[in-house]
Design a protein around this ligand. Sequence first.
Ligand SMILES: [Zn+2]
Length: 289
Amino acid sequence: MTMLKRTALGLSIAAALGLSTAVFAEEPAAAAHQEMHQEMHKEGHAEAAAEMKGAMPAAAPAHHAAHWSYEGEGGPVNWGKMDEKFTLCESGKQQSPIDISAANVTTLDNIELHYAASPLSVKNNGHTIQVNYAPGSFIKVGETQYDLLQFHFHTPSEESIGGKRYDMVAHFVHKTADGKLGVIGLLLKVGAENAALKAVFDNMPAEADKENAVAGAQVNAAEAMPKDFTYFNFAGSLTTPPCSEGVNWMVLATPAQISQAQLDSFRKLFAMNARPIQPVNGRIVRLAN
Ligand SMILES: [Zn+2]
């Protein structure tokens, strides 16, 4: 049966990553898991959807509202105090990133990729390198369609797995027609050169607020993705001010590679742009494929 196969795959991935797991198949697991099972019910889809609706910001994040950064005065511990729009950074209970140290292996909707190539446009927004994506690329998760808006990078990876941060992470930011955000996290570790992202790394503007639209060049986010789409799923937030909650996080269990030179070229511009790990506050991380 498909479900059993999935469960076995999820379990072997969790084991390979050194995570503790609970298995949720059709039959509820034994008493030992009952508590977590109840929490899963609490975290039902309808509630999550309602929560997302209420929590989404009406407008785009206001980058110029305050000079936030990753260190010093403007650093993460002060984000919540810097602007009234940023208060969730301090008071929020479902903040990102989190450490993924345990997962419930269960059945999740597959992520269906419908990405096409986009003209290459690489922006330095002062906080990261962001690749703005042409309209028309999307993912489907169950019945929900999320349109791909942009992807960007953090170093080290913001999400950690079993307490371990990777060299980098790419966040692929999507939005539904009614404004819900869904982010795919692709962990990156140093190894072979990343061919799919080569044009991005080769065209990063050194100056803040500069955008390189490279004539004739294209990027295809699909080529950056691993073949195995097993993912960790949890409710979280934007990891930058205004730290809006109601974001559907999908962190792929399989990392991709970048070369040391690619990592170095990014770190020359942004030595560190990862928000500290945030409390899980009872959230359940689910794992499936
Ligand atoms: Zn990000």
